[in-house]
Design a binder for this molecule. Sequence first.
Ligand code: FES
Length: 73
Amino acid sequence: MSESPVIIRVRDNGPYVVEGPIQVVDAEGKAFPLPAGKPAIALCRCGHSKNKPFCDGSHRTVAFQASERAPAG
Ligand code: FES
């Protein structure tokens, strides 16, 4: 039986949304508690969240802009 792959969605002007069986650990390897029952978590990439490493919506108030696209092919 194979596990579902982890998918990281790069949201336009927003966080990385991570779906799949993951753990988020700090520099010492200690796990951050993750919300139970949620299919995905959002990781801050704008640097302004007050709840790092998670997104708290601050990217909207700072007008973070990023809309990268994967290369074709
Ligand atoms: S990406 Fe949402 S607070 Fe940084």
